[in-house]
Design a protein around this ligand. Structure first.
Ligand code: IPD
Ligand code: CA
Ligand code: CA
Length: 283
């Protein structure tokens, strides 16, 4: 039988939602507030029909970061915040929040509903929780250290496929149009040649990482990201059973770095391709 009834029969039993921590509740509250801001600006963008989109986008992400930081500081006045829009928090602090108030800016500007708020909480350099929220689709991706990764209340698990020709590969392109872009295109072409089920450039690193955690991508890479792009998504992949390194196989620092995320089984094969096209000093 096909259709919704058949799906319902095979659907696993509903699982209880993750045991929320104080920090993950605050992250949810902050992401919801930022999501409301983004939705408002997104609707204004529809009515503006591309007039002055650059200003609209920069107003949206600054305002979204402002409400995220206000929410965090309302609960934890002493915590540090590292945010893309002007919060240069100390990454060695005991309590650190890493925030991208709008990940997927180009999609947002062009009315493509693939963007998200990304918020991570690090304690003494260790990611404790991450929340990624797409306010248009109302999708929540949550990871809590030791408890797993969840899409809403549903546990997320990476794909079990062990061959590149069985998976879809996600990648990100830098804003740079030089050597970094050339390296990315060369590595991406190699993934296409390996007869993967296709390559995808979604335009939001945070959501790309969720796609790996959900088993929809077997691999995702980008040669250069900022910490706010991957801080929450990295934990999502790891808690879903996957592996995250830089593009040379090392532990990713909480700084600008390349990122390779996979289901683990495909990591070495992907690393081989990324090393062969390593853009060198830039990363
Ligand atoms: C960007 C997105 C994009 C990635 C870029 C990021 P932004 O973040 O995550 O997918 O390819 O490297 O800078 O600018 O939309 O916050
Ligand atoms: Ca970003
Ligand atoms: Ca951003």
């Amino acid at each position: 039988m096909v259709g919704p009834a058949a799906l319902a029969e095979t659907d696993p039993m509903p699982t209880p939602p993750p045991m929320k921590t104080i920090e993950s509740n605050v992250a949810d509250e902050a992401a919801r507030a930022a999501g409301d801001v983004l939705k408002r600006f997104y609707r204004d963008g529809v009515s503006m029909r591309n007039k002055d989109v650059a200003n609209l986008v920069s107003d949206a992400d600054v305002e979204a970061e402002r409400v995220v930081v206000a929410t965090i500081r309302g609960h934890f006045p002493g915590h540090e915040v590292l945010g893309e829009e002007g919060h240069a928090g100390d990454t060695s602090a005991e309590h650190l929040w890493v925030v991208d108030p709008l990940d997927g800016t180009a999609n947002f500007a062009h009315q493509i509903p693939v963007f998200a708020v990304s918020i991570a909480y690090y304690r003494s350099g260790v990611p404790e929780c991450g929340v990624i929220f797409n306010p248009i689709t109302d999708e929540w991706f949550t990871a809590i250290r030791g408890q797993g990764a969840f899409q809403g209340t549903r546990p997320a698990r990476v794909s079990g496929r062990a061959r590149l020709d069985e998976v879809v590969v996600g990648f990100g392109l830098p804003y740079d149009r030089g050597a970094l872009m050339e390296a990315t295109l060369a590595a991406t072409a190699e993934f296409v040649r390996r007869e993967t089920h296709g390559v995808r450039r979604m335009g939001s690193a945070a959501l790309d990482l969720c796609m790996v955690g959900l088993g929809r991508f077997g691999v995702y890479f980008e040669y250069l990201l900022s910490p706010w792009d991957f801080a929450a998504g990295r934990l999502f992949v790891e808690e879903a059973g996957g592996r995250v390194t830089d593009c040379r196989g090392g532990a990713p620092p909480l700084a600008r770095t390349g990122i390779l995320a996979s289901n683990g089984l495909l990591h070495e094969a992907a690393l081989k391709i990324l090393r062969a096209h390593d853009p060198g000093e830039i990363v």
